[in-house]
Design a protein around this ligand. Structure first.
Ligand SMILES: [Zn+2]
Length: 471
């Protein structure tokens, strides 16, 4: 604060000014008369007379300082402070659709929080429906990290030389401190000696005291000399070849330093912010494809298309192609796990960013979406003996496929008592539903109703007990 006041004060540049800070009554707290001062811009000063005070710096230097402070402030304001939290590009991400800064949000799932970058200003400010765009932070951070490391590589040699120089100058600095301490000790010892010699021998008590002080000073000086010698032995003023080598290796291994345990997330964020102004992010449609552009501090840009995890295979930009390929492979009589191997070899990636599309996912897709007969090859693990699904009984997965709906909706229906079920006696305690032809028809009929139809009917009934409208 003191430095700020000093740097902003025109008096140091020889300028007399009046009316730089004026009280704004609207901002004043009546109980505290000194509040509400507002710093005015230079055109609003009431009086400004240059060259009337003894100047410490020139007006040009003062103006340069002001400009530099303003630039720093602007940078601090656009970047925001480095916050805690693992998201590397936090505060750097900007929405490519509307240009607003993206927030970091934590999506908690299975008790661990996954950071996401989200543009939701319209939601908070205007109550708009849905977010502008949202994407997993992991893929963005990986891209930013890769680019930052690449940008730092050429600097490695320079860093190593500079580090060596810094070590040397640091040691020189320490040596200077040592010399000062030694000088002081010498002076103290000398003074004690002179006092001792000046004392009248008749004053024995005084002489004895002075002698003791001289001895102490000499002992202190001796100890300091020994300490200095030890210091010089352990860290010589010139770097050894081995020390130079260590520094070069460390500085050359930027990636190693970046990932080192001693490098904190805050360190990494600060490095990223030192060289990156912003990261513009644009999700293409609702697909996995994201255009990410790094705007470097100097204004240069690095655009790249990155891949984000999405919720379902259907969101993938290559879903139509993928579906056609699965159909084709299934048509050749290849089973789900065989198809999974083929797809991995052909470079198809799953929606959520794993290594491969699993056989289960493919089976589910063939069954539910692609209407592949091969999907029906899938048989659930058998029920305990005597509990197998009977003629009009269904595993929930099969019933859901038969009715072309999700199992979660089926569970909701079961919960409401619209489907009769029994549970197998041993793990995993799956449900088996009962539905004969007539019941199936009723369920299909129910399926055609618009969402919310039943709940609305239930609660508008005059009868206080919710009843089935159909019953
Ligand atoms: Zn946006």
């Amino acid at each position: 604060m003191t430095l700020q006041t000093l740097l902003h004060n025109p008096a140091y540049a020889g300028i007399y000014a009046y009316g730089r800070r004026r009280v704004d009554r609207r901002r004043q707290d009546p109980a505290r008369p000194s509040t509400g001062r507002v710093v005015q811009t230079r055109d609003e000063w009431l009086v400004m007379i240059p060259d009337v005070l003894p100047a410490y710096i020139t007006v040009a230097q003062f103006e340069a300082n002001e400009a530099k402070l303003a630039a720093n402030r602007a940078r601090a304001e656009t970047m925001g402070a480095v916050r805690n939290g693992p998201a590397l590009a936090a505060g750097l991400g900007f929405c490519g659709r509307c240009g607003r800064r993206m927030m970091v949000r934590y999506h908690t799932q299975h008790s661990h929080a996954r950071p996401e970058y989200v543009c939701c200003r319209d939601v908070t400010n205007y109550g708009a429906r849905g977010v502008c765009q949202l994407l997993n932070a992991g893929c963005v951070d990986a891209f930013v990290e890769r680019q930052v490391l690449a940008a730092l590589q050429p600097a490695a040699v320079e860093v190593s030389l500079q580090a060596a120089d810094e070590v040397i100058s640091e040691r020189a600095e320490l040596e200077k401190l040592w010399q000062q301490r030694l000088e002081r000790a010498e002076y103290e010892a000398d003074r004690a000696r002179r006092c001792y010699h000046l004392a009248e021998p008749e004053n024995r008590l005084v002489v004895r005291q002075l002698e003791k002080e001289w001895e102490t000073a000499l002992a202190a000086q001796q100890k300091l000399r020994e300490d200095h010698e030890r210091f010089t032995r352990t860290s010589p003023r010139v770097l050894t070849a081995a020390e130079r080598q260590t520094i070069t290796t460390l500085a050359g291994d930027i990636t190693g330093l970046w990932h080192a345990e001693t490098t904190t997330v805050t360190d990494r964020k600060e490095i990223a912010r030192a060289i990156i102004d912003k990261v513009q992010l644009t999700v293409i449609g609702t697909s996995e494809r994201v255009t990410a552009t790094i705007v470097w501090a100097g204004g240069a840009t690095t655009p790249e298309e990155i891949v984000r995890p999405v919720r379902s295979l259907q969101q993938l930009s290559y879903y139509p192609e993928l579906a056609a390929r699965i159909r084709e492979l299934a048509g050749q009589g290849i089973g789900a796990s065989g198809i999974a191997d083929r797809l991995e070899a052909e470079g198809y990636r799953p929606a959520k960013g794993g290594k491969r599309i699993t056989a289960t996912t493919i089976r589910d897709l063939m069954w539910r979406r692609l209407d592949c007969p091969a999907g029906r090859v899938h048989r659930p693990r058998p029920a305990p003996p005597g509990e197998e699904a009977g003629p009009d009984e269904w595993w929930l997965k099969h019933l859901a496929a038969e009715l072309d709906m999700t199992t979660s909706t089926l569970y909701a229906w079961i919960h409401r008592g619209w489907i009769t079920v029994r549970r197998e006696s041993r793990w995993p305690h799956r449900l088996i539903a009962h539905a004969d032809q007539q019941e199936l028809a009723a369920l299909r009929e129910r399926r055609t109703r618009p969402p919310g139809w039943y709940s609305r009917r239930l609660w508008t009934d005059d009868d206080s007990t919710p009843t089935e409208p159909d019953s």
